[in-house]
Design a protein around this ligand. Structure first.
Ligand SMILES: [Zn+2]
Ligand SMILES: [Zn+2]
Length: 410
C-alpha cells in the first residue's frame, strides 16, 4: 500500500513545520482524508460490520495470530477462526510476512476504520496445504504469496482490465469486512485462506523471506515505473526517500536499465545508495546547490516520502514532459504552482500498489533480475519492538517475520 507514515510517530525531519505536530488542522485533514478519500472505499461494506462476530464464530478452522486489540496497536497472541476452504479457495501455511508501515497505521486505527481485534500483514508468503475443488492455478505444496488485496468486485471497469487496486469494492487483506461479512485477517498468523484469483505464484528462484516485501513495497514501485513509461533503458529516474519502498524502487529502476538518482535528507545514506543499491547519483535534498544542479535532468521521479515536503524542487528537477509520481502520503495537501507544471508540460500523479496480473509480472521480473528487499528477519514475539523501530526508520530496510518458525500454536 502507499506509504502512510504514522501521524503520531516520528517523521523524516526534512521540511517539516515543527509547529505542525499538534495542530488541530492536522486532525481536520485527517478527518477529511478519511471521509472523502478513504471512507468511500469502504462504504459498500459497512452494512456487514455488525454481522462480523456471529458469522466468524461459524467458521470451523481454528487459526492463530498476533492481533492488535485497541488503539495502542500493541500486538499479542489471538486464537480465531478462518472459513472452510471454498471451491475457489487456496489454503496455505504462512512462512514469512513482511511488516509494512500500513500495518502500524491499521493496528492503531489511524485511518479510523479498524475493527478490533485486527491481525495485520499483507506481504505474505507460504506453502499451499489445501485447494478447493475448482482451483485451477495451484496444488498442494506450491509456494504462494498474498499481497494487499484478497477481494474485489471482479466486474467493474477497473477489475475488467486487471486494475483490482482501483476497484471501489476492493477488500484489503486485513482489518475490513470480507465478502461474507466476517473480518479479514492478515499474515501475522499461522495460515491464510484466499480466493485463488488473489494468490500469486511464487517464482522458484525468488527467496521466500527477502522476497515477501515485494508483495507491497515491490509492486508499489514497479507499477508506476511501468505505467508511466519509466521502464526503458537510459531513462533518468529519481527516487525520493530511501526506506522500505525507496530502496526497492532503486533496484527496480536499475533492473529496467534506468540511470537512477536518489534524493535523501540523510547524507549518511549516500554510501548505501551508491555502493549498496548501485544508484548512479545521490542528492542531499536539503542542499539547495545540489538541488539546483539537478534542475531539468530527470524523466520521472518516484516520491516515496510520507513526511510533509515541498514538491516544487522536485518539479524543477524534471525535464519537459517529466512525471512526478507520489506513492507516499504526506498528511498535508501538496502545494503546486501551476506555472511550474505549465512550463514544461509536467505531470504530477499518484499510484497505488498494482493489480494481480501486474503483481505476478513483478514477482517474475524480480526473480529474473535477482531483486529482493534488504531485510531483518525476526521472531513474531519481537513484532512490537520491530514496529517501534520501523516508525523511527531504524531498519535496513524491511522487517520480515519468520512466522512458521516462531508463531506458537496450540
Ligand atoms: Zn504495505
Ligand atoms: Zn471491481
Amino acid at each position: 500500500m502507499p506509504l502512510l507514515r504514522s501521524w503520531s510517530s516520528s517523521r523524516r525531519s526534512i521540511y517539516i513545520d515543527p509547529q505542525s505536530n499538534n495542530n488541530s488542522h492536522l486532525q481536520q485533514l485527517n478527518t477529511n482524508f478519511i471521509n472523502h478519500i478513504l471512507f468511500p472505499y469502504f462504504l459498500s461494506n459497512t452494512t456487514t460490520i455488525s454481522m462480523t462476530s456471529s458469522l466468524e464464530s461459524e467458521h470451523p478452522i481454528k487459526a492463530y495470530g498476533y492481533a492488535a486489540r485497541d488503539t495502542s496497536g500493541v500486538l499479542s497472541p489471538l486464537t480465531f477462526f478462518r472459513r472452510a476452504t471454498g471451491e475457489k479457495d487456496v489454503r496455505f501455511k504462512v512462512l514469512y510476512c513482511g511488516i509494512c508501515h500500513s500495518d502500524s497505521v491499521f493496528a492503531k486505527n489511524e485511518w479510523g476504520i479498524t475493527k478490533y481485534p485486527v491481525i495485520p500483514g499483507h506481504e505474505i508468503v507460504g506453502v499451499v496445504t489445501e485447494v478447493g475443488s475448482k482451483v485451477e492455478k495451484f496444488k498442494v505444496g506450491d509456494k504462494v504469496g498474498v499481497g494487499c488485496l484478497v477481494g474485489s468486485c471482479r466486474s467493474c471497469q477497473n477489475c475488467a482490465v486487471d486494475y483490482e487496486q482501483y476497484c471501489p469494492k476492493q477488500i484489503f487483506t486485513y482489518g475490513v469486512p470480507d465478502a461474507d461479512g466476517t473480518q479479514t485477517h492478515g499474515g501475522y498468523s499461522d495460515h491464510m485462506v484466499t480466493d485463488e484469483h488473489f494468490v500469486l505464484r511464487w517464482p522458484a528462484n525468488l527467496p521466500l523471506d527477502s522476497g515477501a516485501p515485494l508483495l507491497c513495497a515491490g509492486i508499489t514501485t514497479y507499477s508506476p515505473l511501468r505505467y508511466f513509461g519509466l521502464d526503458k533503458p537510459g531513462t533518468k529516474v529519481g527516487v525520493v526517500g530511501l526506506g522500505g519502498l525507496g530502496h526497492v524502487a532503486v533496484k527496480m529502476a536499475k533492473a529496467f536499465g534506468a540511470e537512477v538518482t536518489v534524493f535523501s535528507t540523510s547524507v549518511a545514506k549516500k554510501q548505501e545508495a551508491i555502493e549498496g543499491l548501485k544508484a548512479d547519483h545521490f542528492i542531499n535534498s536539503k542542499d539547495p546547490e545540489q538541488m539546483q544542479a539537478a534542475m531539468g535532468t530527470l524523466d520521472g521521479i518516484i516520491d516515496t516520502v510520507s513526511g510533509n515536503h515541498p514538491i516544487a524542487p522536485l518539479l524543477n528537477a524534471l525535464t519537459a514532459h517529466g512525471k512526478l509520481i507520489l506513492v507516499g502520503i504526506p498528511e498535508k495537501p501538496i502545494e503546486v504552482a501551476a506555472f511550474s507544471l505549465i512550463m514544461g508540460r509536467k505531470l504530477i500523479a499518484g499510484s497505488n500498489t498494482g493489480g494481480l496480473k501486474e503483481t505476478q509480472e513483478m514477482l517474475d521480473f524480480a526473480a529474473k533480475h535477482g531483486i529482493t528487499s534488504d531485510i531483518e528477519l525476526i521472531s513474531i514475539d519481537y513484532v512490537n519492538t520491530a514496529m517501534e523501530r520501523m516508525l523511527k526508520s531504524d531498519v535496513r530496510y524491511r522487517f520480515v517475520i519468520d512466522v512458521a518458525n516462531s508463531l506458537k500454536t496450540e
